[in-house]
Write a protein that binds this ligand. Structure first.
Ligand SMILES: Cc1cc2nc3c(=O)[nH]c(=O)nc-3n(C[C@H](O)[C@H](O)[C@H](O)COP(=O)(O)OP(=O)(O)OC[C@H]3O[C@@H](n4cnc5c(N)ncnc54)[C@H](O)[C@@H]3O)c2cc1C
Length: 408
């Protein structure tokens, strides 16, 4: 009799498991609680889906700060190059952007989703809409699942691909942690990663809605050590800061509850202190008869001006031609070192990924099978692995999905 495999969750990991197990001729049933598959996938990369990174195997692992080594075998079996080829073979043309980020050439995450749906269809995977409530075991072997409506569906293997706890409206509500725990696994406490930051300084709220496209940031820890730097886009919100460089920075802020982190923003990274000083002198010469507060229009976005004026300590109604050299130097220092203090992470629901999950010591890294319950497998974000931004998290989902699909 054909072996029956149940995949719980129709995100990128679950779809990869389903199609890959289907190729092997198994009877595969994929159960997804949403009315459509891959809801979170459609949001990725701002709707463009940065699905992997064009880098070396070692760099893939280096970009996964939590348990990257656990993925060595999965990445060897199904690498970033394999993933790009996989989508190319399914008719999706791809392109590489800054920092090795790989996207579909169309810039449409839906092209990735549709390719995965074709992969499922062509490998005869049955898709069922339903919510798995429990996974059942008999002694040390999995025997099937029950749905929320009460029905029992027997199977020889079950793959948990239910994702993490972030963006719960997409369906990722942490069910897999509960299933794994009920079956005897330990769960490393889920925490937000790649998450917006709340900021102490009250003036930050005045900048709500402001996007800064080309800034350099440094993260400084409580011992004044620089632990991270980056260049790119950030934005201000009603609670603090977000945007690509901030999300990446957040995943370096370990133990946020114990440690105090500051972010130093260089608003003019393209200019040295001297160059910026010369630039300001030029503006000041042009607007010598204006008040200081009205002299920065060409240098800064409008909403930033009152904040910079206030923080500079220079009177807003001082005539520009009366500003001293020392005051101007202070202004330069401020623009190159705008400091904000992180008070806390935003809640896990707002995080891009969940750090924590099923303990990797309890999973066989070359099959993704549970070491505790036979026939139970894991794939994707439910496992205690998480990476930086740049396509690493989806690569984790696809590589672990591929391995689980070939082993179940
Ligand atoms: C806004 C945003 C942007 C992102 N951008 C990127 C990016 O560009 N690149 C990148 O690499 N990563 C990105 N990520 C992260 C990436 O989306 C996740 O790491 C990835 O989706 C994890 O895949 P998964 O299949 O493990 O879980 P999910 O995608 O969370 O899928 C899990 C599925 O399981 C279903 N499910 C849950 N419980 C049950 C149940 N009891 N019964 C049935 N079904 C269930 C859910 O409905 C869901 O469809 C982004 C995340 C967010 C939120």
């Amino acid at each position: 009799m054909t072996r029956r495999v149940i995949v719980v969750g129709g995100g990128p990991a679950g779809m990869m498991v389903g199609g890959t197990a289907g190729i092997r001729g198994l009877d595969v049933l994929l159960i997804e609680k949403n009315s459509s598959l891959g809801r979170k996938l459609l949001l990725t990369g701002k709707g463009r889906c940065n699905f992997t990174n064009d880098t070396s195997l070692q760099e893939l692992i280096n970009n996964i700060p939590i348990n990257g080594r656990f993925l060595y075998s999965a990445f060897t079996k199904f690498s970033n190059k394999d993933l790009i080829r996989f989508f190319n073979d399914l008719g999706v043309e791809t392109k590489v952007e800054r920092g090795g980020r790989v996207f579909p050439k169309s810039d449409r995450a839906s092209d990735i989703l549709h390719a995965l749906e074709r992969y499922l269809r062509s490998n005869n995977v049955k898709i069922m809409r339903g919510e798995v409530k429990r996974i059942l075991r008999d002694n040390s072997k999995v025997i099937g699942v029950t749905l929320s409506e009460g029905r029992f569906i027997p199977s020889d293997s079950v793959i948990i691909a239910t994702g993490g706890l972030s963006y719960p409206e997409t369906g990722s509500t942490g069910d897999g942690y509960r299933f794994a725990k009920e079956l005897g696994h330990t769960i490393v406490t889920p925490k937000p990663s790649l998450v917006p930051l709340e900021i102490e300084e009250p003036w930050v709220a005045d900048l709500q809605g402001l996007t800064l496209k080309n800034v350099a940031i440094k993260v400084i820890d409580h011992s004044e050590r620089e632990i991270y730097n980056d260049f790119g886009e950030m934005l201000f919100t009603h609670f603090g800061v977000s945007g690509p460089v901030i999300l990446s920075a957040s995943s370096h802020m370990r133990g946020i509850d114990r440690n105090r982190y500051r972010i130093i923003i260089d608003l003019k990274p393209g200019l040295s202190d001297e160059e910026l000083d010369r630039r300001i002198q030029k503006d000041f010469a042009k607007y010598s008869r204006r008040y200081f507060a009205n002299s920065l229009d060409e240098l800064l976005p409008r909403s930033l001006i009152p904040v910079v004026v206030e923080l500079s300590g220079i009177r807003r109604d001082k005539y520009v031609n009366q500003i001293s050299r020392e005051e101007r130097r202070r202004l330069v220092r401020l623009l190159k070192n705008l400091s904000i203090t992180v008070s806390r992470f935003r809640p896990i629901e707002e995080a891009i990924v969940t750090s924590g999950g099923v303990n990797v010591n309890e999973i066989n890294p070359s099959t993704m099978e549970s070491k505790i319950v036979k026939g139970l497998f894991f794939a994707g974000e439910v496992i205690d692995v998480d990476g930086y931004t740049g396509g690493f998290n989806l690569q984790i989902a696809f590589s672990t999905g591929y391995v689980a699909g070939n082993s179940c």
